[in-house]
Design a protein around this ligand. Structure first.
Ligand code: FAD
Length: 372
């Protein structure tokens, strides 16, 4: 089976990995270099977490996601620290029924372990970088930072080592779903038995007839150095998601030589030029302002650099797998897809190789599979 994988983000590369392991003859076609700075997957790190609000289907799959990563990393050959920083993930609840409180209820229902830290004094002592005035309790659960760029780079080495073709700087212009082939912008045609379209924000444009309900969503991140007097507090600090209130804050503490990464949901302006990933001082300061009152001395953080990126938003934030003739389309993003990369690759390979019915795989990806 010759499979052409369009797009070398984490979904395309993980699928290429799993398909190669399953015996397929794989060609990866990427419009730019890998990692491509325009890919949603490209950054130093991405969160993996059990904390998942109401989305029990996704929380339930995290154990499996970890297992898929570990098995992939064993093949890639680097030490685990190259791919993963095991820091734990902290969330905070301000009131009953908020995101963190729903996460806790969900974890109870699913038997997922966590530590609950009650009261302002205990939280302030344990996490001295937090401003905890409005917080009722903290929820610390397993997870951490997947070192995204390392994973992408090592996947490409592994694929080439296995004899897969990886074509960089080769934008796909059209997908021929009937014949399982693609035409590149320079006129070349690449023939296969099946095409897997994993082109991130470009996916819907490449197969417009499928009317995929996917829209690009711009978001920003800022790398920032905590002030000297908080360095010790951050030394072994957990990653965070949803620290109470709005917008939802997420990010990473300093890891290795990297500064902290500050993120916040639904932040940033619209920009009609999607290739422009630079952000200005105004947006960096906008990010800082979200952390005032949540991180101690947020005004003393030194803002190092920031960037804009895009994820592909599906209306219900679920992942999609669809088929049209010999073309398969996968979108596993909505801002939370990296953590499932290795597992998504396995799922996609199961469907393409005919090992599992596509409807069953699509349900798994959508986080809708019934509990075992
Ligand atoms: C700022 C930010 C923070 C995030 N944080 C997290 C997180 O903490 N945890 C988490 O799990 N997820 C997170 N996500 C989401 C996660 O990064 C994405 O779900 C995931 O990376 C999507 O991977 P992908 O392979 O589908 O898409 P992409 O990484 O975008 O890959 C698509 C690839 O297709 C290529 N391509 C496009 N068009 C063509 C063409 N015509 N021809 C050839 N190649 C083409 C692109 O260049 C790109 O390399 C975050 C996303 C962003 C933007």
């Amino acid at each position: 089976m010759r499979v052409i994988v369009v797009g070398a983000g984490i979904v395309g590369l993980s699928s290429a990995y799993a398909l190669t392991k399953a015996g397929a003859d794989v060609t990866v076609v990427e419009r730019g270099a890998i990692p491509n700075p325009l890919a949603a997957s490209t950054d130093y790190h991405r969160l993996i977490r059990f904390a998942y609000g109401d989305s029990g289907g996704y929380a339930r799959r995290i154990h499996e996601a970890f297992e898929a990563w570990r098995s992939m990393w064993a093949d890639l050959g680097g030490p685990q620290e190259r791919y993963y920083a095991d820091r734990g993930v902290l969330s905070a609840s301000q009131e009953a029924g908020d995101w963190t409180d729903r996460t806790r209820a969900n974890m109870d229902a699913l038997g997922i372990e966590y530590e609950r830290i009650d009261g302002v004094a205990a939280l302030a002592e344990r996490f001295p970088f937090l401003e905890v005035a409005n917080v009722s309790y903290g929820l610390l659960s397993a997870g951490g930072a997947l070192m995204a760029n390392h994973i992408l780079i090592d996947l490409v080495w592994w694929l080439r080592g296995q004899g897969a073709a990886v074509l960089e700087h080769s934008p796909v212009e059209t997908v021929d779903a009937a014949n399982g082939a693609v035409t590149l912008q320079d006129g070349r045609r690449v023939e296969g038995d099946a095409v897997l379209l994993a082109a991130g924000v470009e996916t819907a444009r490449l197969l417009p007839d499928m009317a995929l309900p996917l829209t690009p969503h711009r978001t920003i991140i800022v790398y920032a150095e905590p002030p000297e007097h908080l360095r010790a507090a951050f030394a072994n600090a957990p990653c965070w998601t949803h620290l109470g209130g709005s917008p939802a804050l997420w990010g990473m503490p300093p890891i290795g030589s990297l500064p902290a990464k500050l993120g916040a949901s639904h932040l940033g302006r619209r920009d009609p030029d999607m290739a422009n990933r630079a952000i200005g001082h105004d947006e960096m300061e906008l990010m800082r302002s979200q952390y005032r009152g949540r991180f101690r001395d947020a005004d003393q953080f030194v803002l190092r650099w920031g960037q804009a990126n895009y994820w592909v938003h599906a209306p219900d934030e679920r992942f999609y797998l669809r088929q049209a003739d010999r073309a398969f389309v996968v979108s596993a993003d909505s801002g939370h897809g990296f953590k499932f990369g290795a597992l998504t690759g396995r799922d996609v390979s199961d469907a393409l190789m005919g090992d599992v019915a596509i409807d069953v795989v699509a349900e798994r990806l959508a986080g809708l599979q019934a509990a075992a």
